[in-house]
Design a protein around this ligand. Structure first.
Ligand SMILES: C[S@@+](CC[C@H](N)C(=O)[O-])C[C@H]1O[C@@H](n2cnc3c(N)ncnc32)[C@H](O)[C@@H]1O
Length: 222
């Protein structure tokens, strides 16, 4: 799907508006781990495989996962489409916020050790996912890891969710298709599991380390 696709632009604008207008309500419903059994364990599993370096919380929402990663000593950049959600996240210490669109990340290649994308691609059409996965791959350093959670199923379109009254675009995906697209983007060590929260699943993947010209003559672990 092309970045200038009018359908994509309309969905992105509507997503931003929905989260901006309902930011406080959404934050109140997603602010802690109590309603998300197993999520803290997923974050810890992600954290355990990360090399040294910054983490991008992509589509950080109200910042629940950002705060967890910071509390565990990671430097985190929190990115979201919604300026109002970012304003709420700003209240917390040590947060570094960037308003962004996951389709075109405002970071240099290889800037992050990890990209955590919990639920953020849920509101992006499936045809645009390969581009979003390539962006995640691009901003990761070699050996960097990503964890992407989505909902298992078929179909996409406008509907009302449980945490917000406004209609949003929802995209359901078969985990195997997501795995194939991540492999096409270049990721390795890809595995997925159901989260145990309704139809949610999480896919974890690693960007392989590729020696550059400057690395020639050095060993991989140097
Ligand atoms: C289902 S919420 C998940 C929020 C948070 N990660 C969590 O788990 O609580 C989706 C989040 O992704 C953000 N989002 C949706 N589309 C986005 C896009 N194109 N670029 C960046 N963020 C986006 C929304 O603003 C919202 O904060």
């Amino acid at each position: 799907m092309h970045l200038e696709d009018p359908c994509l632009a309309a969905i992105t604008a509507a997503t931003r508006q929905a989260y901006d207008e309902n930011a406080a309500q959404y934050a109140g419903r997603t602010d802690d781990f109590a309603s998300f059994p197993g999520l803290e364990g997923e974050l810890e599993r992600f954290r355990a495989v990360l090399p040294e370096g910054r983490v991008l919380d992509l589509g950080c929402g109200a910042g629940r996962d950002t705060r967890h990663l910071i509390s565990r000593g990671r430097e985190v950049i929190s990115g979201d489409l919604s300026i109002e959600l970012l304003r709420l996240t700003e209240r917390w210490p040590n947060t570094r916020l960037v308003q962004l669109d996951l389709m075109s990340l405002p970071f240099r290649d290889g800037s992050f050790a990890g990209v955590w994308a919990s639920g953020s691609l849920l509101h992006t059409p499936s045809a645009a996912h390969p581009r979003a996965f390539s962006e995640i791959y691009r901003v990761l350093a070699g050996r960097g890891a990503t964890a992407i959670s989505l909902r298992d199923g078929e179909g996409e379109g406008w509907r009302r969710g449980v945490r917000m009254d406004d209609e949003r675009w929802f995209t359901l995906r078969h985990p195997d298709h997501v795995v194939q697209e991540l492999a096409s983007a270049g990721f390795t060590s890809i595995r997925w599991t159901h989260c145990g929260r309704g139809d949610w699943f999480i896919v974890e993947a690693v960007k392989p380390w590729v020696p550059t010209r400057q690395d020639a003559g050095r060993t991989e672990s140097a």
